[in-house]
Design a protein around this ligand. Structure first.
Ligand code: UDX
Ligand code: UDX
Length: 429
């Protein structure tokens, strides 16, 4: 099929490239000329495992990028909207880019003779496709949805860093559409997949995405709360969760306690669901608490450090890990940000290390030290705090000998203290 992708962030780039790899003709549209240039040169605008190779294979062949909506809409049969949906200052979802993309597509649909399907892939609060995207498309095109063109909602469940793998090995595909023709066309794109394909109306599809992320975030906050209790009771929470996760109804995933969740999705999506619930006169007590527990974890890490060094003024602290999780250079909502902020407020001197994300953190904290290796960050430090689950931190050993005082506060259960000459404390264990 001929597919256009609107927005080449991590979702748009991965979706477009993977659809091209399935044999479709793909045109990506972005408002940013440098992104378009890079895509056409086969250079991914973002880092994703396995993406560069796939993009190289298809760029300039069955995958092209352009700034021009006219070409993209005229020469494709289906468009996926993959523009960002940030939270505004009150935590409510900001739909400006969704509206803009819908307007731009709608204008081009006006003169288009053949049937076209517009699919929202960005994460949007329930009702957005039906109440915003469809009316904007109808207004701009002068045509009727469900008759002259189709509208759908097809959420992504892509983890950053593993997005190509997740696209190619989904647990399920959710196809939301308010008319059967659009649903059939979207489904046909996934004909080669063996996972379940769930059909729903657009607002149910939107809700499935929010609830999936809110549930995973809840599992993490739940594990953190249990971990905070276990630590006080002298029980190893990781052993507890191993035992709990063996129950097939629970599953062993997303039960790792520590500094909590960051990234561009969990914090934003839970906040947006809280915002939507309030709009319909419901007080989402549980979801608010999921966020509150998450916000507290960095404070708890600081409190543990202060048990060992009560006055942090002038203390040198090495923060290992800046990305919101391993295998990505993304620092959005990274737990390292509030952690470093609190350390600085306490008067500590911070030297940070991250194998990929340091350049981005320099924009947030230009004045702290950045080391080229974990060992260099630890050199002369009074304490070490581990903020990201990078695999290399599990292999640290002799590097700790470079510290002045060997206090290690582990926010991600990366270091096994056995046989090491360090004072070790886990955040929840
Ligand atoms: C995506 C989804 O859109 C979001 O809903 C989900 O929750 C997380 O993943 P992401 O791919 O991370 O967002 O977005 P981002 O990396 O910010 O990039 C989006 C791209 O869209 C950028 O290249 C931007 O230039 C482009 N864009 C933005 C447009 O082409 N048009 C616009 O109007 C706005
Ligand atoms: C998430 C969802 O997993 C994906 O399906 C969705 O579409 C986009 O949002 P992502 O944000 O890329 O993906 O990362 P994920 O691997 O889910 O981790 C999110 C955060 O939770 C990270 O900060 C990670 O450190 C934290 N986490 C994860 C925990 O603290 N404990 C866990 O057990 C798992």
């Amino acid at each position: 099929m001929r597919i256009s992708i609107i927005g080449t962030g991590y979702v748009g780039t991965v979706t477009g490239t993977c659809f091209a790899h399935l044999g479709n003709e793909v045109i990506c549209v972005d408002v940013d000329p440098s992104r378009v240039e890079r895509m056409n040169a086969g250079i991914p605008p973002i880092y994703e495992e396995g993406l560069e190779q796939l993009l190289r294979e298809h760029a300039g062949k069955n995958l092209k990028a352009t700034l021009d909506y006219d070409t993209a809409i005229a020469n494709t049969d289906i468009s996926f909207i993959c523009v960002p949906t940030p939270s505004d200052e009150n935590g409510k979802i900001d739909l400006r880019f969704i509206r803009e993309a819908s307007r731009s597509i709608g204008r081009r649909l006006k003169d288009k003779k053949s049937y076209h399907v517009v699919v929202v892939k960005s994460t949007v609060v329930p009702g957005t496709t039906e109440q915003i995207v469809t009316p904007v498309l109808e207004e701009e095109s002068g045509k009727k949805a469900g008759k002259d063109f189709g509208v759908g909602m097809n959420p992504e469940f892509l983890r950053e860093g593993k997005a190509v793998h997740d696209f190619q090995h989904p647990d399920r595909i959710v196809v939301g559409a308010d008319d059967p023709k659009a649903a059939g066309i979207i489904k046909s794109l996934y004909a080669g997949y063996s996972c379940p394909i769930l059909e729903a109306d657009t607002k149910t599809a939107e809700m499935i995405k929010y609830v999936s992320n809110a549930f995973l975030a809840t599992k993490i906050s739940f594990s953190n709360e249990v971990g905070n209790i276990c630590k006080r009771l002298g029980i190893d929470t990781y052993k507890v969760m191993e035992g709990v996760g063996l129950d097939a109804r629970i599953s062993p995933h997303f039960l790792r306690s520590g500094l909590g969740f960051g990234g561009s999705c969990f914090p934003k999506d839970v906040k947006a669901l809280v915002g939507k619930a309030s709009e319909v006169d419901y007080e989402p007590v549980l979801l608010k608490t999921v966020l509150a527990v998450n916000d507290k974890q960095p404070e708890i890490a600081l409190r543990i450090l202060k048990k060992h060094i009560p006055d942090l003024r002038g203390a040198r602290v090495a923060v290992l890990g800046l990305a919101f999780k391993d295998d990505t250079d993304d620092i959005r909502e990274s737990r390292a940000i509030p952690l470093i902020g609190m350390l600085l407020a306490e008067g500590a001197t911070v030297t940070a290390y991250d194998p990929m994300a340091a350049e981005f953190m320099k924009k947030v904290y230009p004045a702290i030290g950045y080391a080229k290796t974990a060992g260099d960050a630890l050199d002369g430090a009074d304490a070490c705090m581990i903020a990201t689950e990078w695999g290399e931190f599990a292999r640290l050993n002799g590097e700790f000998a470079r510290m002045k005082r060997r206090i290690v506060i582990d926010g991600r259960r990366m270091v096994d203290p056995r046989g090491k000459d360090i004072v070790y404390e886990g955040l929840c264990w």
